[in-house]
Design a protein. Structure first.
Length: 281
């Protein structure tokens, strides 16, 4: 069971405090968005969101709902801070990444507010480690404004289908071309690598397809270098929702079930690389 953190001095309250029986539930999700050193953390009463960006072209969000934690308390409407994600992951796995059967690392996480460090209290096998990680001023993040009303096409696939695709397609290609259409080929992934063009089609009645809602034909290309970090989340997930808006912005939302059967989500947003004209298709 998680232990209680010591009370803050001088009667102050923690802006954020949370506890987990198993720190691996948090570290595995954070690893799924760890493609840059720094992340911005947002805490509200509904849970914790950790956002990572690169080159103003791709954004990843890990959502850890409040109910995943054994205790989760936010004293303000929202609490925001920037942190070195590499250091945070090193601290969360300070007892190692693979615990012995029947053992786990209990975590207590506390943040007093702006200018204070994030404090981690980790306990395994009666040994307690305290880590203090400096926090930074949060930076302005991209707003992809990806609300459901602006979604043009959406499909939900079992993750094994997309894992197979990434294994089969030619990753020497600079781009991954995605076609979504109410008509054939319905859902097509294409690469253009050293060995030539490769296409992988998914019919709408495929066993891997859980939902298919396509309103118009769209073909967009995305830099594979930007999409590769999302394969970390894909490896952990059981389902993936693939959505595009009218401008071709891509949302990949991965549903991840942890060891206790609890559901969390990791979402990637990616800008299209270029517009494809009909003459190119």
């Amino acid at each position: 069971m998680p232990f209680s953190a010591p009370p803050p001095a001088s009667g102050e309250r923690y802006a954020l405090s949370a506890s987990l029986d198993n720190a691996r539930h948090l570290s595995s999700l954070l690893r799924a968005v760890h493609f840059q050193d720094h992340a911005t953390c947002f805490a509200t009463a509904s849970g914790l969101r950790v956002t990572v960006e690169d080159a103003k072209c791709i954004q990843a969000n890990a959502f850890i709902q409040a109910q995943i934690f054994q205790e989760f308390s936010v004293q303000e409407e929202s609490v925001t801070f920037r942190i070195n994600l590499s250091v945070l992951l090193d601290c969360l796995t300070i007892f190692g990444t693979s615990s012995l059967p029947g053992t786990s690392t209990a975590l207590r996480m506390c943040y007093r507010g702006y200018g204070y460090p994030l404090m981690l209290f980790l306990e395994e096998g009666g040994v307690v480690t305290v880590c203090k990680i400096n926090t930074q001023e949060p930076e302005e993040l991209l707003d992809f404004d990806f609300c459901s009303t602006k979604v043009v096409n959406k499909i939900i696939l079992q993750s094994e289908g997309l894992r197979e695709a990434f294994a089969e397609l030619d990753m020497t290609s600079e781009v991954l071309q995605i076609t979504m259409s109410p008509d054939k080929p319905y859902f097509r992934l294409s690469t253009f690598g050293n060995a030539g063009s490769a296409h992988l089609d998914y019919p709408r009645d495929s066993d891997l397809m859980e939902a298919f809602h396509c309103n118009q034909t769209q073909t967009n290309r995305y830099k594979i270098s930007l999409l590769k970090p999302s394969t970390k989340a894909l490896a952990l997930s059981c389902k993936v929702s693939i959505r595009t808006d009218a401008q071709g912005f891509l949302s990949l939302q991965y549903m991840i079930r942890n060891e206790d059967g609890q559901i969390c989500f990791v979402e990637y947003y990616c800008c299209p690389d270029e517009n494809i004209t009909e003459a190119e298709l």
